[in-house]
Write a protein that binds this ligand. Sequence first.
Ligand code: E4P
Length: 225
Amino acid sequence: MHANLNVMKFFIDTANLAQIKEANDLGILDGVTTNPSLMAKEGIKGQDAILKHYVDICNIVDGDVSAEVISTDFEGMITEGEKLASLHENIVVKIPMIKDGIKAIKYLSSKGIRTNCTLVFSAGQAILAAKAGATYISPFIGRLDDISYDGIQLIAEISQIFAVQGYQTQILAASIRNPVHIIKSAQVGAHVITSPLSAILALLNHPLTDKGLAQFLEDHAKANG
Ligand code: E4P
């Protein structure tokens, strides 16, 4: 599946199959991101169950599915990364933003394996991951907001740098907490957002929509008896 870099993609940030199905049924879902905490939250444990769960997710969504390595050393990350990538063509290997992670991104990308560099909190980290050939970088905007930094400002900064430099790495705005994060990410040039289902569904809401619809239905009912 080729990305249209001009249209922001929607990923869901969960390992919950019911929520992934619900978002997919909306018709707007382009992919899924998971992490070890999200897998643990669903009670998925043990190597076989974890690998099977990634395949189950790939069988629901026709789009990229990020699966995160647990190793923190180069050899471990590339061994895990190759195994994860062999599960399904839509798997993207999620690699942490650490020194060995950069080496692993470079290695995996040279083998044609797509990567998502996770736990990005600065423009410098984003530049290094892009230089190493990451397919995606994931700046965690909510966690920055949590410590009084401006997560959206970071997305804007990286977006400007990538445009000036012509990096092909996609900016995947992660750690989304609310619908405003999604709107602002679109405004400042994120290529993708990954969000809990609740923030995606919150985009639907406006009291004037509800009020207007109720009025239309009431007027129709009055006119038609
Ligand atoms: C990114 O891919 C992570 O899974 C995620 O967005 C982290 O979000 P959190 O800060 O809500 O845990």
